[in-house]
Design a protein around this ligand. Structure first.
Ligand SMILES: Cc1cc2nc3c(=O)[nH]c(=O)nc-3n(C[C@H](O)[C@H](O)[C@H](O)COP(=O)(O)OP(=O)(O)OC[C@H]3O[C@@H](n4cnc5c(N)ncnc54)[C@H](O)[C@@H]3O)c2cc1C
Length: 418
């Protein structure tokens, strides 16, 4: 059905996070009308609090043999980089089984190929929207500097670096002096590091979403603030969105509700094992240091990122579902872990945040038509790479909606893969 255009160019997009916004912007380029429905202000969900990195060289999935070996230990360390909360273990167990299955060597190789097919097109898709939204001041060609203090962490990362290089990533091994030349705020007490010169970052993810909102509005798009409680079959093969304010018919629909997409996908006939990897950030409004570029702390899997108005320490993954309260110790620990890397960093007046990454066990998003529906599309599940892949996702959804064959194999992203 990929080559068939939609019957109507009047689109409703459920979810105005960065993914929904990019879908709207690319659909508008093809002349479609868009209405975005969200219960909150656009861009204030998970898309608000991320690290702002356009990780174009992140071709390694989360599930790898090494990570799976560490699962038992993860259950015991509440402040480790990937943690499973005991109270959620019985709910996440089937997801973890799929996660372990995805970590087989052959599967990791295939997933990295699929990730590369999206990442290779991410930068170009973003640049189209950045130009059209006039957001050049928000986009930074900073590269991404991954640093390591412990020899064991550096050695453990080599497999992932090799995989990424096999997929075409440009990663340059650096000496400590070279790392400090790129980022003088770094400590001298480093073991090694790697630089990804093609990666970019944004000065603040919310500001980027806001520019997209302005672009979409300028082109005639509308935003509706509403909590959607379900979707159901409407008249003439269309879909009806049911919300707190009543029901609305949608001629064509994109489900882009991030980690909250699962019940809507189910109503459209697809049972996808979407869960969430919760992540945290610590916002430092008075960081006390000038930083030139984002640093990814390879020892602990989080980022130290200079942004407009402060420095953000962001990362960690916690399997604890959508409803359990935040465990703020995971945000606080980021400050303690960052200090040895950027010794002058000041932690006063720090603000904590927690958000829900939409996570599939194979680290691949769901992008495509809902099975059996010509006019319903899925665009969710981008995990750790939702900011990076939002624009290319929008472009692919517009290709499918316009009846154009996408420039890459879409099978790895189909909902039917589960
Ligand atoms: C700590 C952290 C750091 C990260 N760093 C990066 C990074 O550096 N680079 C990167 O590429 N990715 C990063 N990510 C991942 C990225 O932030 C997400 O993948 C991305 O924001 C997902 O976007 P989304 O639009 O799918 O979801 P969201 O931003 O969550 O948007 C979904 C929208 O749907 C709405 N919605 C949900 N349910 C309903 C409903 N019932 N009715 C109406 N509206 C509804 C929500 O209000 C929300 O606005 C990070 C994530 C975290 C947590």
């Amino acid at each position: 059905m990929a080559e068939m255009p939609v019957r109507s160019g009047r689109f409703t997009i459920l979810g105005a996070g960065v993914v929904g916004l990019c879908c709207a912007a690319f659909l508008q380029r093809d002349g479609h009308e868009v209405t975005l429905v969200d219960r909150a202000e656009p861009g204030t969900g998970t898309s608000f609090g991320n690290a702002g990195l356009i990780h174009i060289d992140a071709m390694t999935p989360i599930a790898t043999p090494g990570v799976v070996r560490r699962i038992p230990r993860m259950l015991l360390d509440p402040t480790g980089p990937l943690v499973v909360r005991w109270r959620y273990l019985h709910r996440i167990a089937p997801w973890l089984v799929r996660f372990a299955w995805a970590a087989r060597k052959s599967s990791v190789e295939n997933i990295s190929i699929a990730l590369a097919s999206l990442l290779d097109r991410s930068d170009e898709a973003w640049r189209i929207l950045i130009r059209e939204a006039g957001a050049e001041d928000i986009w930074r060609e900073t590269g991404e500097l991954h640093v390591y203090r412990r020899k064991e962490a550096w050695e453990a990362a080599q497999e992932s670096h090799a995989l990424r290089r096999r997929r075409g990533a440009r990663l340059e091994d650096l000496t400590v002096a070279e790392m400090r030349q790129l980022e003088p705020a770094l400590t001298r007490d480093l073991h090694a590091g790697v630089y990804s010169p093609g990666a970019s970052s944004v000065t603040h993810p919310l500001h980027l979403s806001q520019r997209l909102v302005e672009l979409i509005r300028r082109r005639g798009g509308t935003f509706v603030r509403e909590n959607v409680t379900g979707i159901e079959a409407g008249a003439a093969g269309r879909v009806r969105l049911v919300g707190d304010g009543g029901a609305r018919e949608a001629d064509s629909l994109v489900i882009a509700a991030g980690a909250f997409s699962r019940p809507f996908a189910r109503a459209a006939g697809s049972s996808v094992p979407l869960d969430t990897e919760r992540g945290y950030h610590l916002w430092l409004p008075r960081p006390g240091v000038e930083m030139r570029r984002p640093i990814v702390v390879g020892d602990h899997f989080f980022a130290i990122v200079p942004m407009t108005g402060g420095v953000r320490l962001a990362g960690t993954a916690e399997l604890a579902g959508l409803d359990l309260p935040p465990y703020w110790g995971r945000a606080d620990i980021l400050g303690d872990l960052a200090k040895p890397f950027v010794p002058d960093l000041r932690l006063d007046a720090a603000e904590r945040w927690m958000g829900h990454r939409p996570a599939l066990p194979d680290s691949l998003p769901v992008i495509g038509r809902a099975p059996g529906h010509r006019d319903v599309f899925f665009a969710f599940g981008h995990g750790h790479l939702g900011l990076t892949m939002a624009a290319v996702t929008g472009r692919l959804i517009a290709d499918l909606a316009g009846g154009r064959t996408p420039p890459m194999d879409m099978a790895p992203f189909a909902a039917e893969r589960f």
